[in-house]
Design a protein around this ligand. Structure first.
Ligand SMILES: Nc1ncnc2c1ncn2[C@@H]1O[C@H](COP(=O)(O)OP(=O)(O)OP(=O)(O)O)[C@@H](O)[C@H]1O
Ligand SMILES: [Mg+2]
Length: 258
């Protein structure tokens, strides 16, 4: 074997080993997150129940009291959302699958988001394959993935740039690929290994919890798919969601990942 071929072979091996280690690491973090989420759920239920009881059954004229209990309810709801996010990441929430058209799911997300101020100066280009096959998936979970990735793209462009959305049927692999491409800040080389970790964020305190990609990763894996990323600093990022095309007969079984 020529030395160039040998080197290429080594590189492929290194890449495959790195990918396996990455998958194992994320599976471990997923398990840990699921355990923490389950443990926190019970005490949190107590906080939610009793704070609601205080508001509804023991109203008080003191505005400080009402304001304080409302704040407790608000923060407890935030904790509940974080717990749900961790459970989604660790694939503990079963997808509710039905036959759907992913172009329609994507279009719905765009029409929901484009009205927001953040998107007013973003040029949205859609390259959607017209005859995209239908597939069995959980549309609300997939919508969540699209929204997370599109909002990230808009934030990375600071509300200015081009967002290109592409859908494509890969007939060879029988998969649907959805590209979400931005012309934003890109991701630093040293951050690439961490972006799918729960709570990893480069955003200012209060602007990001770092759960969007972790949740999206868990949902896509729960559909037996893959979430890939390519990024060039200061030029932009492309996230690719790869989902298998599942027929309604195949999708009738338990859709949960083993
Ligand atoms: N399109 C993108 N371009 C550049 N960086 C990105 C992009 N998408 C994600 N990132 C990086 O990955 C980090 C993690 O993203 P993730 O969506 O998980 O969390 P977040 O956006 O920071 O917070 P949250 O989504 O919970 O509000 C981001 O803080 C950012 O550094
Ligand atoms: Mg995000």
């Amino acid at each position: 074997m020529s030395s160039a071929l040998k080197k290429r072979d080594e590189q492929i091996k290194d890449f495959a080993t790195k990918k396996i280690m990455e998958a194992e690491r994320l599976a471990l973090i997923g398990q840990l997150s699921a355990n923490v989420a389950h443990e926190l759920n019970n005490p949190l239920q107590g906080v939610v129940t009793f704070s609601h009881l205080l508001l509804e059954e023991h109203p008080c004229d003191d505005p400080f009291y009402t304001d304080a209990v409302e704040k407790i309810v608000g923060q407890a709801n935030r904790c509940r959302d974080i717990i749900r996010g961790l459970l989604d990441f660790s694939r503990q929430r079963k997808p509710d699958k039905t036959i759907c058209n992913l172009n329609t799911v994507l279009e719905n997300c765009v029409s929901l988001l484009e009205k927001q101020v953040l998107f007013h100066n973003i040029d949205i280009v859609k390259n959607l394959q017209i005859d995209l096959p239908m597939t069995v998936a959980d549309p609300s979970q997939i919508e969540r993935v699209f929204i997370n990735l599109i909002v990230n793209a808009a934030e990375a462009m600071d509300g200015n740039g081009r967002l290109t959305l592409t859908t494509f049927f890969n007939a060879k692999d029988k998969t649907i690929e959805i590209d979400i491409k931005d012309t934003g800040s890109g991701i630093r080389e040293e951050d690439m290994d961490k972006i799918f970790d729960p709570f990893f964020t480069t955003k200012e305190v209060g602007h990001g919890t770092g759960l969007g990609l972790a949740i999206s990763y868990g949902i896509v894996k729960g559909h037996r798919g893959n979430l890939l990323v390519k990024s060039v600093e200061k030029q932009g990022t492309t996230f690719t969601i790869v989902l298998p095309v599942v027929s309604s007969e195949e999708g009738n079984g338990n859709g949960h990942n083993p």
